[in-house]
Design a binder for this molecule. Structure first.
Ligand code: PAF
Length: 286
Protein backbone atom coordinates (compact mmCIF):
# COMPACT_ATOMS: atom_id res chain seq x y z
CA UNK A 1 0.00 0.00 0.00
CA UNK A 2 1.24 3.50 -0.80
CA UNK A 3 1.55 6.26 1.77
CA UNK A 4 -0.30 9.53 1.32
CA UNK A 5 0.52 12.49 3.55
CA UNK A 6 2.46 12.31 6.81
CA UNK A 7 3.08 8.89 8.34
CA UNK A 8 1.12 7.64 11.34
CA UNK A 9 3.31 8.13 14.43
CA UNK A 10 3.52 5.37 17.05
CA UNK A 11 5.59 5.54 20.22
CA UNK A 12 5.32 2.22 22.03
CA UNK A 13 6.12 -1.36 21.05
CA UNK A 14 2.49 -2.29 21.70
CA UNK A 15 1.23 0.44 19.32
CA UNK A 16 3.82 -0.50 16.70
CA UNK A 17 2.93 -4.19 16.81
CA UNK A 18 -0.83 -3.54 16.80
CA UNK A 19 -0.57 -1.16 13.82
CA UNK A 20 1.63 -3.56 11.83
CA UNK A 21 -0.57 -6.53 12.68
CA UNK A 22 -3.62 -4.62 11.44
CA UNK A 23 -1.88 -3.66 8.19
CA UNK A 24 -0.71 -7.23 7.61
CA UNK A 25 -4.19 -8.58 8.40
CA UNK A 26 -6.04 -6.22 6.07
CA UNK A 27 -3.53 -5.86 3.22
CA UNK A 28 -1.01 -8.74 3.60
CA UNK A 29 2.38 -8.04 2.10
CA UNK A 30 5.91 -7.27 3.19
CA UNK A 31 6.98 -4.86 5.92
CA UNK A 32 10.15 -2.82 5.37
CA UNK A 33 11.91 -1.15 8.32
CA UNK A 34 14.27 1.81 7.97
CA UNK A 35 16.03 2.40 11.32
CA UNK A 36 17.37 5.96 11.73
CA UNK A 37 18.43 8.43 14.38
CA UNK A 38 16.50 11.23 12.66
CA UNK A 39 17.93 14.48 11.23
CA UNK A 40 16.98 12.88 7.96
CA UNK A 41 18.76 13.75 4.73
CA UNK A 42 18.60 12.41 1.18
CA UNK A 43 20.71 9.39 2.21
CA UNK A 44 18.01 8.26 4.67
CA UNK A 45 15.27 9.06 2.19
CA UNK A 46 16.98 6.80 -0.39
CA UNK A 47 16.53 3.96 2.15
CA UNK A 48 12.84 4.84 2.51
CA UNK A 49 12.41 5.03 -1.26
CA UNK A 50 14.09 1.63 -1.66
CA UNK A 51 11.75 0.23 1.02
CA UNK A 52 8.75 1.85 -0.72
CA UNK A 53 9.76 0.28 -4.05
CA UNK A 54 10.14 -3.24 -2.64
CA UNK A 55 7.75 -3.49 0.35
CA UNK A 56 4.02 -3.03 0.93
CA UNK A 57 4.33 -1.26 4.29
CA UNK A 58 7.18 1.07 5.18
CA UNK A 59 8.08 1.88 8.79
CA UNK A 60 10.90 4.25 9.72
CA UNK A 61 12.17 4.47 13.28
CA UNK A 62 13.66 7.66 14.69
CA UNK A 63 15.54 7.07 17.94
CA UNK A 64 18.74 8.85 18.97
CA UNK A 65 20.40 5.91 20.67
CA UNK A 66 22.57 7.10 23.59
CA UNK A 67 24.28 3.70 23.87
CA UNK A 68 26.12 4.07 20.56
CA UNK A 69 27.71 7.48 21.25
CA UNK A 70 31.24 7.21 22.56
CA UNK A 71 31.51 10.98 23.18
CA UNK A 72 28.93 12.89 25.30
CA UNK A 73 29.45 16.08 23.21
CA UNK A 74 28.58 14.15 20.01
CA UNK A 75 25.30 12.97 21.60
CA UNK A 76 24.48 16.49 22.84
CA UNK A 77 25.17 18.08 19.43
CA UNK A 78 23.26 15.41 17.50
CA UNK A 79 20.57 17.30 15.53
CA UNK A 80 16.91 16.54 16.37
CA UNK A 81 13.86 17.61 14.31
CA UNK A 82 10.99 15.12 14.62
CA UNK A 83 8.37 17.21 12.81
CA UNK A 84 10.73 17.94 9.89
CA UNK A 85 11.62 14.23 9.80
CA UNK A 86 7.92 13.24 9.74
CA UNK A 87 7.23 15.56 6.79
CA UNK A 88 10.24 14.25 4.85
CA UNK A 89 9.25 10.64 5.58
CA UNK A 90 5.71 11.31 4.31
CA UNK A 91 7.05 12.79 1.07
CA UNK A 92 9.33 9.76 0.57
CA UNK A 93 6.40 7.36 0.94
CA UNK A 94 6.77 6.14 4.54
CA UNK A 95 3.56 4.80 6.13
CA UNK A 96 4.55 4.75 9.79
CA UNK A 97 7.00 6.59 12.04
CA UNK A 98 8.09 4.73 15.17
CA UNK A 99 9.58 7.27 17.60
CA UNK A 100 9.91 5.68 21.04
CA UNK A 101 10.98 7.80 24.04
CA UNK A 102 14.25 6.94 25.80
CA UNK A 103 12.62 5.33 28.82
CA UNK A 104 10.47 3.06 26.64
CA UNK A 105 13.56 1.79 24.81
CA UNK A 106 15.74 1.54 27.91
CA UNK A 107 13.48 1.35 30.97
CA UNK A 108 14.92 1.31 34.49
CA UNK A 109 16.71 -1.99 35.05
CA UNK A 110 17.66 -2.49 31.39
CA UNK A 111 20.79 -4.67 31.55
CA UNK A 112 21.25 -6.51 28.26
CA UNK A 113 23.70 -5.78 25.53
CA UNK A 114 24.47 -7.42 22.18
CA UNK A 115 28.15 -7.74 21.27
CA UNK A 116 29.09 -8.90 17.78
CA UNK A 117 32.66 -10.22 17.41
CA UNK A 118 34.86 -10.38 14.30
CA UNK A 119 33.62 -7.65 11.97
CA UNK A 120 33.56 -5.10 14.82
CA UNK A 121 37.12 -5.77 15.99
CA UNK A 122 38.96 -3.10 13.94
CA UNK A 123 38.32 0.30 12.32
CA UNK A 124 35.32 1.97 14.04
CA UNK A 125 35.42 -0.77 16.68
CA UNK A 126 38.91 0.32 17.73
CA UNK A 127 38.33 4.05 17.50
CA UNK A 128 34.85 4.20 19.03
CA UNK A 129 34.81 1.85 22.03
CA UNK A 130 31.32 0.57 22.80
CA UNK A 131 29.84 2.03 19.60
CA UNK A 132 28.96 -1.24 17.88
CA UNK A 133 27.64 -2.78 21.08
CA UNK A 134 25.24 0.18 21.26
CA UNK A 135 24.28 -0.18 17.61
CA UNK A 136 23.85 -3.97 17.84
CA UNK A 137 21.73 -3.69 20.99
CA UNK A 138 19.34 -1.08 19.61
CA UNK A 139 19.07 -2.68 16.15
CA UNK A 140 18.34 -6.08 17.71
CA UNK A 141 15.57 -4.44 19.74
CA UNK A 142 14.15 -2.59 16.71
CA UNK A 143 14.17 -5.77 14.59
CA UNK A 144 12.42 -7.77 17.31
CA UNK A 145 9.95 -4.97 18.01
CA UNK A 146 8.87 -4.50 14.38
CA UNK A 147 9.64 -7.99 13.02
CA UNK A 148 9.97 -6.60 9.47
CA UNK A 149 10.53 -8.77 6.41
CA UNK A 150 13.38 -6.50 5.28
CA UNK A 151 15.45 -3.83 7.02
CA UNK A 152 17.44 -1.21 5.10
CA UNK A 153 20.84 0.26 6.03
CA UNK A 154 23.19 2.57 4.15
CA UNK A 155 26.54 1.37 2.78
CA UNK A 156 28.00 4.64 4.08
CA UNK A 157 28.27 2.85 7.45
CA UNK A 158 29.71 -0.25 5.84
CA UNK A 159 31.06 -1.84 9.03
CA UNK A 160 27.69 -1.26 10.69
CA UNK A 161 25.93 -2.95 7.76
CA UNK A 162 28.16 -6.06 8.10
CA UNK A 163 27.69 -6.05 11.89
CA UNK A 164 23.90 -6.03 11.50
CA UNK A 165 24.00 -8.79 8.87
CA UNK A 166 26.08 -10.87 11.31
CA UNK A 167 23.77 -10.35 14.29
CA UNK A 168 20.61 -11.09 12.30
CA UNK A 169 22.17 -14.34 11.02
CA UNK A 170 23.67 -15.35 14.39
CA UNK A 171 20.51 -14.63 16.40
CA UNK A 172 18.17 -16.22 13.80
CA UNK A 173 16.18 -13.03 13.41
CA UNK A 174 13.94 -13.70 10.40
CA UNK A 175 14.73 -10.55 8.42
CA UNK A 176 16.61 -9.77 5.20
CA UNK A 177 19.21 -7.03 5.68
CA UNK A 178 19.51 -4.88 2.57
CA UNK A 179 22.40 -2.45 1.97
CA UNK A 180 21.70 0.69 -0.05
CA UNK A 181 24.47 2.60 -1.90
CA UNK A 182 25.79 5.81 -0.38
CA UNK A 183 24.16 9.05 -1.55
CA UNK A 184 26.68 11.80 -2.30
CA UNK A 185 26.70 15.54 -2.85
CA UNK A 186 27.63 16.69 -6.37
CA UNK A 187 31.27 17.06 -5.22
CA UNK A 188 31.38 13.49 -3.91
CA UNK A 189 30.97 14.13 -0.16
CA UNK A 190 28.92 11.30 1.37
CA UNK A 191 25.72 12.63 2.97
CA UNK A 192 25.86 12.55 6.75
CA UNK A 193 23.99 14.34 9.53
CA UNK A 194 27.43 15.42 10.78
CA UNK A 195 28.16 17.43 7.60
CA UNK A 196 25.94 20.15 9.10
CA UNK A 197 28.62 20.73 11.77
CA UNK A 198 31.33 21.63 9.20
CA UNK A 199 32.44 25.25 8.81
CA UNK A 200 32.50 26.72 5.29
CA UNK A 201 36.25 26.12 5.12
CA UNK A 202 35.95 22.50 6.39
CA UNK A 203 33.12 21.84 3.94
CA UNK A 204 35.51 22.80 1.11
CA UNK A 205 38.06 20.26 2.34
CA UNK A 206 35.59 17.45 3.08
CA UNK A 207 35.17 16.06 -0.49
CA UNK A 208 38.88 15.15 -0.43
CA UNK A 209 37.90 12.11 1.65
CA UNK A 210 35.83 10.55 -1.14
CA UNK A 211 38.29 11.73 -3.81
CA UNK A 212 41.25 10.13 -1.99
CA UNK A 213 39.35 6.89 -1.45
CA UNK A 214 38.36 6.72 -5.12
CA UNK A 215 41.88 7.50 -6.35
CA UNK A 216 43.49 5.03 -3.92
CA UNK A 217 40.95 2.32 -4.81
CA UNK A 218 41.69 2.81 -8.51
CA UNK A 219 45.42 2.43 -7.94
CA UNK A 220 44.95 -0.59 -5.67
CA UNK A 221 42.82 -2.27 -8.34
CA UNK A 222 45.12 -1.39 -11.24
CA UNK A 223 48.70 -1.27 -10.02
CA UNK A 224 48.83 -4.48 -8.05
CA UNK A 225 51.15 -2.47 -5.79
CA UNK A 226 51.41 -3.51 -2.13
CA UNK A 227 48.57 -1.86 -0.25
CA UNK A 228 50.86 -0.47 2.48
CA UNK A 229 52.53 2.13 0.24
CA UNK A 230 49.28 3.25 -1.40
CA UNK A 231 47.49 3.51 1.96
CA UNK A 232 50.34 5.62 3.35
CA UNK A 233 50.07 7.87 0.29
CA UNK A 234 46.31 8.11 0.79
CA UNK A 235 46.79 9.13 4.43
CA UNK A 236 49.35 11.77 3.41
CA UNK A 237 46.99 13.07 0.68
CA UNK A 238 44.20 13.53 3.26
CA UNK A 239 46.48 15.50 5.58
CA UNK A 240 47.74 17.62 2.66
CA UNK A 241 44.14 18.37 1.68
CA UNK A 242 43.52 19.88 5.11
CA UNK A 243 42.18 17.04 7.28
CA UNK A 244 43.47 17.52 10.84
CA UNK A 245 44.08 13.83 11.48
CA UNK A 246 43.30 10.43 10.02
CA UNK A 247 42.07 7.61 12.27
CA UNK A 248 42.52 5.01 9.54
CA UNK A 249 42.57 4.33 5.83
CA UNK A 250 42.38 0.57 5.44
CA UNK A 251 41.97 -2.09 2.77
CA UNK A 252 39.76 -4.94 3.97
CA UNK A 253 38.04 -8.06 2.72
CA UNK A 254 34.59 -6.88 1.60
CA UNK A 255 32.76 -9.61 3.52
CA UNK A 256 34.78 -10.15 6.72
CA UNK A 257 36.67 -6.83 6.99
CA UNK A 258 39.88 -8.79 7.58
CA UNK A 259 42.85 -6.56 6.61
CA UNK A 260 44.31 -7.20 3.14
CA UNK A 261 47.84 -6.63 1.81
CA UNK A 262 46.58 -6.30 -1.76
CA UNK A 263 43.22 -6.07 -3.55
CA UNK A 264 43.34 -9.69 -4.69
CA UNK A 265 39.68 -10.44 -3.90
CA UNK A 266 36.46 -8.38 -3.43
CA UNK A 267 37.68 -5.62 -1.14
CA UNK A 268 36.55 -2.43 0.52
CA UNK A 269 38.62 0.65 1.21
CA UNK A 270 37.46 2.47 4.36
CA UNK A 271 38.60 5.67 6.05
CA UNK A 272 37.83 7.94 9.00
CA UNK A 273 39.32 11.42 9.36
CA UNK A 274 38.78 14.56 11.41
CA UNK A 275 38.02 18.12 10.38
CA UNK A 276 38.19 20.07 13.64
CA UNK A 277 35.76 18.39 16.06
CA UNK A 278 33.89 16.59 13.25
CA UNK A 279 34.77 13.04 12.33
CA UNK A 280 33.87 11.89 8.82
CA UNK A 281 33.82 8.30 7.56
CA UNK A 282 33.47 6.94 4.06
CA UNK A 283 34.24 3.79 2.05
CA UNK A 284 34.32 2.54 -1.52
CA UNK A 285 34.38 -0.85 -3.22
CA UNK A 286 37.74 -1.93 -4.72
O1 PAF B 1 22.90 4.35 11.18
C1 PAF B 1 22.22 4.84 12.10
O2 PAF B 1 21.57 5.87 11.95
C2 PAF B 1 22.18 4.14 13.45
O3 PAF B 1 23.41 3.59 13.77
C3 PAF B 1 21.06 3.09 13.57
C4 PAF B 1 21.28 1.93 12.61
C5 PAF B 1 19.72 3.74 13.31
C6 PAF B 1 21.03 2.51 15.00
O4 PAF B 1 20.79 3.50 15.94
Amino acid sequence: MTAAGPPVTVRTVAELRAALQERRRTHGGRVGLVPTMGALHAGHLALVERARATCDHVVASVFVNPKQFDRPDDLECYPRDESGDARALGRAGCDMLYAPPQDAMYPAGFATSVRVGGVTDALEGTHRPGHFEGVATVVTKLLLQALPDVAFFGEKDYQQLLTIRRLAADLDIPVAIEGVPTVREADGLALSSRNANLTVQQRRIAPALAETLRATARRLAEDGAPADALLAEGRAALLRSGFDSVDYIALCDAASLAPLDAADRPARLLAAAWLGPTRLIDNVAV
